[in-house]
Structures are given as structure tokens and as C-alpha cells.
Design a protein around this ligand. Structure first.
Ligand code: GDP
Ligand code: IMO
Ligand code: MG
Length: 426
């Protein structure tokens, strides 16, 4: 068996949570492979709207096992809140959740360091979610981090204090004021809860499952344009958000990857700083934000909005080896007479259709093609046959440009507002 991977192809918030939830009945295991509580994955069904941060989006399914992989960074405080909320909703979280012992822990001082670093950068700030993601991955690669497997070590507290004292030295250099004592009780309550959950060696768990013919869907967080290597650096997150991240984040060999399901919005959004070639700082952008309710699921910040960027989408398809596409939020564009799509960039006097090293506005100018809008409310559609012809043309246009079939078109936030065009291809 091979594991399928679902990941975002833009700057995050493409609708991964919704689609993982929709696809979960076809899988035995849902495995989050990177990121942490910077993610906010929204699910809507039966009138319930729920946002998950660290817990995989298959948790509402009655039998699927949900594993938090070794590539994820866990904030015990947020994790506890997520679990408490799910238990309150009657979800049997504990029997369906597994945590990789190699996953790294976000300490309260990581969060403080994130805030101190952003404050220090001033107008150059990344626009981080301030969840401590960057500092935690820095400690991981710097070989200072604390992993979930350590929490049962009698020396855990000692190791914690050692790392905290390193952090205090850095914070002193930033000259940043903070109150650690206020944050620590919740952290240790979270650690106590983590101790009651089932930890596993993720790589063994995943590979045994594949050997036993279990089906696995790896769930990404953020999006390819926020990837630490291939995103618009330094305005990126600190993990590998691309398909390769599923290998390192779960212990999955490259040859064990099956379908790579790439998800994108019918337009673009970005939250936080950094270049955004097709950004619309006008009424149209405001209309997309309002209709699409484009406000961060984790931070509530307004998301920046813009037209679909094909060079960026094709780049993400290439980097990830995407085998099928899912297009989200088609309903949000229903009001427009025409819809623009960026087909190329003007770059150093030339027309190019790939992503150059720097995509800031001084280096690239988007070139658009204007397509007919469908001017029809899509939110009540249930069958692909009911799609208006202009929407079919839009979908086919993107398929032609990317060379990849669009398997699903999403027309609303609810599970049911999902139009399936093709079944699984492999
Ligand atoms: P994720 O981080 O990729 O899981 O995406 P988010 O949950 O952060 O953001 C996607 C937002 O769009 C959420 O509020 C979803 O409920 C909503 N959403 C998902 N699919 C659709 C869709 O097809 N149409 C509309 N209007 N909203 C959608
Ligand atoms: P999901 O999984 C959208 C953005 C932040 C910031 C940059 C770095 O819900 O799609 P970080 O806190 O990671 O250091 O922030 O990345 N960012 C996201 N944007 N969706 C996300 O996750 C994001 N996670 C981080 O806004 O620009
Ligand atoms: Mg999100």
C-alpha cells in the first residue's frame, strides 16, 4: 500500500480541513505531518463549525485513527484545549488519537521568543502567528529541542529548565519583557494530559499500517508557498510544507507515496507579510474578502486577497508532484462578471510562466487573462452536472494550464457542498 498526501498549494487556508474531513471515510488513518498550532483547519457539518489546530481533520470520523506525526510541533496548552473541546462535543478523542514520540514540544518561552523576534524585526516582521513555531523548529535543527518522548523521563523538568535558561539568555539580548511564571502552570497541565495519551513511534506505526493494507491520508498544514525552502523566504513558516515533508514528518519512504492531492482556492489569499503578485488592494479584493469570509482561522487577521496565480500554482504542482487537484471556494467568485487569472509574469523585460527567485512587485508584474464569470449561486449545487458552463470552462482552463485533473470542486464550507468530478485516479 501507499499513502496519499493532501496539501495546500498556495499560502495556506485553502480548505484542507474541510476536504480531509470529506475524504476521511475512504481512509483508515489520517496523519498530520508538519506545522503546529499556527494551522487552523475548519470543518463544517450538521450545523457545527469546528477549527482544529494540531489534531488531524479526520477526528470526527467514528473509526479513523488520527496521528500527529514527528514533523509536527505541539504546544501542550493548545493541544489540551483542542482535546477538551472535542471531548465536550462527545468525540472519543483518546481512543482515536496517537502522538509521535519524536514530535517536538513548543515551550512557553518559544512563544515569547517568537513575539520578541517579531517585535525586534519591526516593519520587516514575518507576520508570524506568534505560536512559537519558528523558535521551536530552530531548537529542533539546533539540536536543543524537547520531544514528546521526554515527558516520561524523570529528568524532564531538569531538561525543561536547561532549555528555558538558554531562552532567557536570548530574551535578555532582545531586551524583551515577559512573564513566564504566568504561562508555566498551563504548560505543565498540558504535559500531564499528554502523558495520558497514546504515544507511538510514528515511522513504525505508519509502515506497519501500510504493510497491513491500511489506507493512509497524510494531511499537510500551511501551503507550498510558505515552505521553508521553496516559499517566499523569509516570509515563510519554518517547516517543509511540501510533499517531501510527509516523508520526513511521518517516516514515510518516497516510494511509499501514492496520490498527491493538491488543494487550491479559485483565487488567492495570504495572511501575514511577504510578496503576493496578484494581490488586489481595491474594492474587488475587499469583495472577495467579504464574500469568502477571509479572516484567519487561528488569529482572526484579515487575509489579503487576489486573483488566481497560475505560475505559482504550476510551481507548487511541480515541487509536490501533484497527481490530482481540488479547487475550493468557487462560490466566492459567483458575483463577478469576469474573473481574472494571472497566466504569466513580466520579469526583467521578459514574459515568464514560472516562479523566479524573487516574486516581489519590483521584480514581477502579473499578466492577466480575463475569463467569463458564471454569475450563479453555487452553494446549493449537489451534482457536477449542475455546474454552470462558465465554471466548467474555468475548471478546464486550469486543468489545461497545469496538466492535472481537478477531482473536486468545493462550493461552500459544509461537507455537503462538495462536487466530485472524478473518483480516485490511482
Ligand atoms: P485550511 O487551513 O486549509 O484548513 O483552511 P481554513 O479552514 O483556514 O480556511 C478555509 C475557510 O474557508 C474556512 O472558513 C472554511 O470553512 C471555508 N471553506 C472551505 N471550503 C469552502 C468553499 O468551498 N466555499 C466557501 N465559501 N468557504 C469554504
Ligand atoms: P493552515 O494550515 C495561513 C503564515 C503566517 C505568517 C507565516 C509564518 O491553516 O493553512 P508562523 O506562525 O508559521 O511562524 O508564521 O506563515 N501561516 C499561515 N498562513 N495558513 C496557515 O496554516 C498558516 N500557518 C502559518 O501568517 O505569514
Ligand atoms: Mg487555515
Amino acid at each position: 500500500m501507499k499513502a496519499d498526501v493532501l496539501l495546500g498549494l498556495q499560502w495556506g487556508d485553502e480548505g484542507k480541513g474541510k476536504i480531509v474531513d470529506v475524504l476521511t471515510p475512504a481512509y483508515d488513518i489520517i496523519a498530520r505531518f508538519q506545522g503546529g498550532p499556527n494551522a487552523g483547519h475548519t470543518l463544517e457539518f450538521n450545523g457545527i463549525k469546528h477549527v482544529l489546530h494540531t489534531i488531524p481533520s479526520g477526528i470526527f470520523h467514528p473509526t479513523a485513527i488520527n496521528i500527529v506525526g514527528n514533523g509536527v510541533v505541539i504546544d501542550p496548552v493548545i493541544f489540551k484545549k483542542e482535546i477538551d473541546a472535542l471531548i465536550k462535543m462527545g468525540v472519543d478523542v483518546k481512543s482515536k488519537l496517537r502522538i509521535a514520540s519524536r514530535a517536538h514540544l513548543i515551550l512557553p518561552t518559544h512563544r515569547i521568543l517568537d513575539a520578541a523576534s517579531e517585535a525586534h524585526k519591526g516593519s520587516e516582521k514575518i507576520g508570524s502567528t506568534l505560536k512559537g513555531i519558528g523558535p521551536t523548529y530552530m531548537d529542533k535543527t539546533g539540536r536543543n529541542g524537547l520531544r514528546v518522548g521526554e515527558i516520561s523521563n524523570p529528568k524532564f523538568r531538569e531538561k525543561y529548565e536547561q532549555l528555558v535558561s538558554k531562552h532567557k539568555e536570548i530574551l535578555a539580548a532582545y531586551n524583551y519583557e515577559y512573564n513566564l511564571a504566568e504561562l508555566e502552570p498551563a504548560f505543565f497541565e498540558g504535559i500531564a494530559l499528554l502523558k495520558t495519551l497514546e504515544t507511538v513511534d510514528c515511522e513504525q506505526f505508519i509502515n506497519e499500517a501500510l504493510k497491513n493494507k491500511k489506507t493512509i491520508l497524510a494531511e499537510g498544514a500551511q501551503g507550498s508557498l510558505l515552505d521553508i525552502d521553496f516559499g517566499s523566504y523569509p516570509f515563510v513558516t519554518s517547516s517543509s510544507t511540501i510533499c517531501a515533508g510527509a516523508c520526513t514528518g511521518l517516516g514515510l519512504a518516497p516510494g511509499r507515496i501514492g496520490n498527491v492531492i493538491g488543494i487550491f482556492k479559485a483565487y488567492c489569499t495570504r495572511v501575514g507579510s511577504g510578496p503576493f503578485p496578484t494581490e488586489l488592494n481595491d474594492q474587488t479584493g475587499e469583495q472577495i474578502r467579504r464574500t469568502g469570509k477571509e479572516f484567519g482561522s487561528t488569529t482572526g487577521r484579515p487575509r489579503r486577497t487576489g486573483w488566481l496565480d497560475l505560475p505559482a500554482l504550476k510551481f507548487a504542482v511541480m515541487i509536490n508532484g501533484v497527481t490530482e487537484l481540488i479547487m475550493m471556494k468557487a462560490d466566492v467568485l459567483s458575483e463577478f462578471d469576469t474573473i481574472k487569472v494571472c497566466t504569466h509574469y513580466l520579469h526583467k523585460g521578459k514574459k515568464i510562466d514560472y516562479l523566479p527567485y524573487d516574486i516581489s512587485s519590483e521584480f514581477v508584474t502579473p499578466v492577466y487573462e480575463e475569463l467569463a464569470g458564471w454569475k450563479k449561486d453555487l452553494t446549493g449545487l449537489h451534482a457536477i452536472e449542475d455546474m454552470p458552463p462558465e465554471l466548467c470552462s474555468y475548471v478546464e482552463y486550469i486543468e489545461k494550464a497545469t496538466g492535472i485533473p481537478i477531482r473536486i470542486v468545493s462550493v461552500g464550507p459544509d461537507r455537503k457542498q462538495t462536487l466530485i468530478r472524478h473518483q480516485v485516479t490511482a
